[in-house]
Design a protein around this ligand. Structure first.
Ligand code: FAD
Ligand code: A2P
Length: 274
């Protein structure tokens, strides 16, 4: 007997679909990918958007993601954790070029230049995937127009987890166009990587290294103070709490889009989400 075949169902069209153009796996916990950019999407470097996939129930499964590419880039880049049983990333980590993701084109966030008043030195403090918004900001000309001295600190458990940031900084320094942002002075962008679990040239949490005065000593900075220093923080909840206390101890005041001040942080980056 001939079996009846149903006509193939049309492939579901994702709402706000964007196409993945490349994927790179950095470790078994970390990957980055690039995708097409909606023509109408304007964002400020450092902001985040909601991205995701269609859930099993046919509804979008979305999470907040910092845009890691600068605002002038034709494509968008994201840097992601792989949470083994995470509703989104257990699936997103298998994404391939040519496949689609959902991207809600409504960028928001506090890690933006507009939330900081003018200063001479900008600190970017990151742990883990918290480097993502800074991957955008260190490729943004405005960062160097506003600050003479930019310091990116990145703390991870292991050396391999630092690789995305290391390659990024090297890219800024060696790329012809990006290198021009530094006006020939590579020291305008300083990179301070540390690990906490695997042996590396610099070990320890950035908070402990700041409290001990080690970071300041190594970078030749006499003191951190509201007259010169501005800061952005992105990483674990613990980092937020601890660095907030340290920076406020130096006299820095927290800013917001509506009330620019000395430092800003991304609340709930790693935690219960938004
Ligand atoms: P979830 O159910 O969302 O998370 C499960 C658990 O995994 C969490 O409770 C937490 O303990 C842990 N976890 C979640 N995210 C991370 C992380 N990034 N690093 C370490 N542990 C984590 N994640 C990114 O990977 N890259 C980004 O650029 C990024 N930007 C964010 C921006 C904002 C403003 C916020 C609020 C969150 C951001 N996140 C980012 C976290 C992201 O929204 C998701 O939580 C993450 O993708 C995991 O999704 P999930 O559904 O797999 O698991
Ligand atoms: P540690 O290994 O001592 O916990 P994770 O991979 O869990 O997201 O952590 C990324 C990095 O952030 C790790 O090196 C971790 O150090 C560090 N970290 C965690 N909590 C804090 C904190 N309160 N202050 C500074 N660094 C922190």
């Amino acid at each position: 007997m001939n079996q009846m075949t149903m006509p193939a169902a049309a492939a579901p069209t994702l709402p706000d679909a964007q196409t993945v153009t490349s994927v790179r796996h950095w470790t078994d916990r970390l990957f980055s990918f690039r995708c097409s950019r909606p023509a109408s999407l304007r964002f400020r470097s450092g902001e985040f958007v909601m991205i995701g996939l269609l859930g099993d129930n046919g509804r979008p499964l979305l999470r907040a993601y910092s845009i890691a590419s600068p605002s002038w880039d034709d494509e968008l880049e994201f840097y992601s954790i792989k949470v083994p049983d995470g509703p989104l990333t257990s699936r997103l980590q298998h994404i391939q070029p040519g496949e689609q993701i959902i991207l809600r084109p409504k960028p928001v966030g506090t890690l933006v230049h507009d939330a900081l008043t003018d200063g001479r030195r900008l600190w970017m403090f990151a742990t883990g995937t918290g480097i993502a918004p800074f991957a955008s900001l260190i490729r943004d000309p405005e960062t160097y127009e506003r600050f003479d001295d930019v310091i990116l600190t990145h703390t991870c458990r292991d050396v391999a987890e630092l690789e995305y940031g290391r390659a990024l900084v090297e890219g800024v320094r060696t790329d012809k166009m990006l290198g021009e942002l530094l006006e020939g002075r590579q020291e305008r962008l300083r990179y301070y990587p540390t690990t906490t679990r695997e042996e590396s040239p610099k070990m320890g949490r950035i908070t402990d290294l700041l409290r001990a005065g080690e970071v300041q000593r190594e970078l030749g900075i006499e003191r951190i103070e509201p007259g010169t220093d501005r800061a952005m923080i992105c990483g674990s909840m613990g980092l937020n709490t601890d660095l907030k206390e340290i920076l406020e101890g130096y006299g820095l005041r927290e800013g917001a889009n509506s009330d620019p001040a000395d430092y800003v942080l991304e609340k709930a980056f790693v935690g219960d989400g938004i």
